[in-house]
Design a protein around this ligand. Sequence first.
Ligand code: SF4
Length: 517
Amino acid sequence: MLRVFQHDLRDPDHFVITLELVPGRESTGRTVDAVMGIARDAFADGRISAVSITDNPGGNPSLSPDVIGNEIFKIGLDVIVHFTCRDMNRVGMESRALQLAMMGMKNILALTGDYTGAGFGGQGAPVFDLDSVSLLAMLAMLSERIGAAGDPDGFCTGCAVSPFKGTPGETVAQYAKLCRKEAAGAQFVITQLGYDAGRFARLLDVTRSLGFAPPILGSVYLLTPTAARIMNAGRVPGVVVSDALRDRVLDEWRDRETGRQAAVERAARLAAVLKGLGYKGIHLGGIHRDFSVVARILDRLEHIADRWPEFLADFGITGDREENASSAAAGDICALTGGIAPTLDPLEKLHFNLMRQAHGMFFSRESAAAGLWRALARRLDSHPAGRMIASTLEDPVKRLLLGCRHCGDCGIVHLAFLCPESQCPKHTRNGACGGSRNGRCEVHPERFCVWYRAWRRWAAIGESRRLADGCVPPRRWELNETASWLNFHLGRDHQGSGDAFTRFCRSRTCRTEGLRG
Ligand code: SF4
């Protein structure tokens, strides 16, 4: 396997440059030729540590990153494979990971993934059996297995983070999830795209003060009018392009050559700012035709890198950078919220309090009555009629209060007593996906993201850190349509089972001292 990317990541003096490529919907022809041409030129240029290949971007079918990545690998250029949770269940994902390991392609960017788009005959079924945190955990465990079988090179796994969220709650949720991702084994981080140097600086400050180890690459993009319009409209989940920036780009491109020059300059300046701030490298996107524009950006970066403080104003920092970032110093994620303690509306408050009380009474292993509930559960479980009674009691109550889907492996305790099955289209149990926008769900913008609601609930009682508690194993499908109350008390669900995944998760706790509020 090639280890260029891993080597460059570890080299303290190396500013890492990765290039994102998007394969098209064909197996041969123009789009494949373009990707392979860019990869060949990137290899010849020598400044790119690895190309990363997207995995059905936007949820739409495209050539597999594993296949085209392998072709690029043969050129001698290192590859990062994007690996999403959208299209395969855990069986398929493990199989794919083994296949990648056998091909020597072990740099993996683990992502929950955009929601499903249109494929053959209409929209595809959303799988989301794992989320990005449980995927990282799976890859870390697989690395151990591969190692035990004689292959010393485990996976080099990375993750994404968006420091550009529109609300404090989403921002805290992103940082809390990043904390879980690091604990689950992420070895590098790539940011979402945004043009706010203050937020970029804050991400570094917060992660440093929390003692995060993984190096961070900041996203840089060649912003064309089409991309600026699409991103500004929120059609690329997690990416932020303001109205003002979109208008500036449209203005610049009134003349094509001026527009292209401005796009190269903006990309080079943002790269210089990221380098100056202390990012480990940049992740360059928006390159679809040829490598020459990448070379122009990198040449320009070499010329202007030392002048980076002059460019801070281009990306929203107008005063002293230290002053701008100081509010997030010392790992005080609470500062990101401006100390806000949200006021819940009466119904939300009633629901939260009711569920907390009920949980403390009936579903706490520490409660005085725990032994009694366990004995009752054992008795009910010992007979089919008892199991039916348990289901009949549980089902209507939880359907009414939570929109319960009867998954048999209840995860509400991780989500401030909201249901990840019915209220999150991606069923995330370890934190918000990157797609929320101003607190709204990527998939159903008419409602709030369930993790934004969870943050509001925990923050209202000063317990935001609960968003980062532990690593939550995926739901156990063997319990589908059984009584989760029995499964909990009899230790069969993800909280009680002692399987390898659960043990791994229990051993990986993120550092939450800095998570307050
Ligand atoms: S509810 Fe939140 S985490 Fe779930 S899909 Fe929507 S935006 Fe993503």
